[in-house]
Write a protein that binds this ligand. Structure first.
Ligand SMILES: C[C@H](O)[C@H](O)[C@H]1CNC2=NC(N)=NC(=O)C2=N1
Length: 101
């Protein structure tokens, strides 16, 4: 089933439930700060597993004590869809276990 682009209002309504996430152009983005570089690397692996499960993948960047994501839906023309929010919610759920804020 094709995924449809979300309207600006639909995106803003969903962002209101996702602290720390924002719309940067046509991508949902968020950065997390962690207690160590190794903790950040572990969170990247955890996110990678979820992304494979969802078959939906962000640009996922490991920095010094940071993890950053940017995601949109290529198959919908590189815009934000419900699939991006599904991934963002899953990342929000796993973040506390990594001490990520
Ligand atoms: C074949 C596979 O389902 C597609 O390439 C998936 C994989 N992961 C994806 N990730 C993202 N962010 N957008 C997509 O359109 C997408 N498509």
């Amino acid at each position: 089933m094709p995924v449809e682009p979300l309207s600006r209002k639909e995106i803003e309504d969903r962002l209101a439930q996702l602290p720390g996430w924002s719309l940067d152009g046509d991508r949902l983005t968020r950065s997390f700060r962690l207690g160590s570089h190794f903790a950040a690397a572990a969170m990247v692996v955890h996110i990678a597993r979820v992304q494979d499960e969802l078959d939906h993948h962000s640009d996922l960047t490991l920095g010094y004590n940071t993890v950053s994501l940017g995601v949109n839906t290529h198959s919908a023309g590189g815009v934000v869809t419900e699939k991006d929010f599904e991934l963002a919610r899953r990342v929000q759920e796993l973040a506390p276990a990594h001490g990520a804020g």
